[in-house]
Design a protein around this ligand. Structure first.
Ligand SMILES: [Zn+2]
Length: 177
């Protein structure tokens, strides 16, 4: 059993739901990678469980450094709901790995209210060589702003996908060059 990382109370039902969604995303991510996406997939749902948006990392495919999965999913949700402020919609973001430095900012400004992630950044960096950025304590900062964050959910499934990405010789990019 993995230790769940969380910044607030999370129910067994919420965790079960998140595990179900994240396992499904990890599986779907394999197909995305085979089609040229980076090794991260994010989905946004509303409180009733309706899927609002779902996108993979498309940095290489779109030649755009900010096209991380979370940023893409937020953009798609805002376009769909025709708003720059998702807060009134009480949305939940699920992502296969812990958000990087840029995406933490993106999530914060989007108005997303709950964040659930699979593989913690430390493991992402160990497995892939990606650089997830700097700064610690983001979960506490999110808590101060009323955003629930919960992670290390079914991490083995995500670690397997990341390892397969590396083994396939796919692109690793980072701030230090
Ligand atoms: Zn990111």
């Amino acid at each position: 059993m993995n230790t769940i990382l969380t910044n607030g109370p999370v129910s067994a039902q919420q965790l079960e739901n998140a595990a179900h969604i994240l396992l499904s995303l990890q599986q779907e991510l394999r197909t995305c990678i085979a089609q040229g996406s980076g090794p991260f997939l994010a989905a946004i749902y509303d409180e009733k469980g309706n899927l609002i948006s779902k996108t993979a990392n498309s940095v290489v495919a779109q030649n755009c450094s900010h096209c991380h999965a979370e940023m893409n999913a937020i953009k798609q949700a805002e376009e769909k709901l025709r708003t720059f402020d998702l807060a009134p919609h009480r949305l939940r973001l699920y992502v296969t790995s812990e958000p990087c430095l840029m995406c933490l900012g993106g999530i914060l400004w989007s108005g997303i209210r709950e964040v659930y992630f699979g593989v913690p950044s430390k493991r992402v960096e160990e497995i892939t060589g990606f650089d997830e950025g700097f700064g610690t304590g983001w979960m506490e900062e999110f808590k101060k702003r009323g955003i629930l964050a919960c992670g290390n959910i079914e991490p083995q499934a995500g670690e397997e996908v990341l390892a397969a990405y590396v083994q396939a010789g796919k692109r690793i990019y980072k701030p230090s060059r």
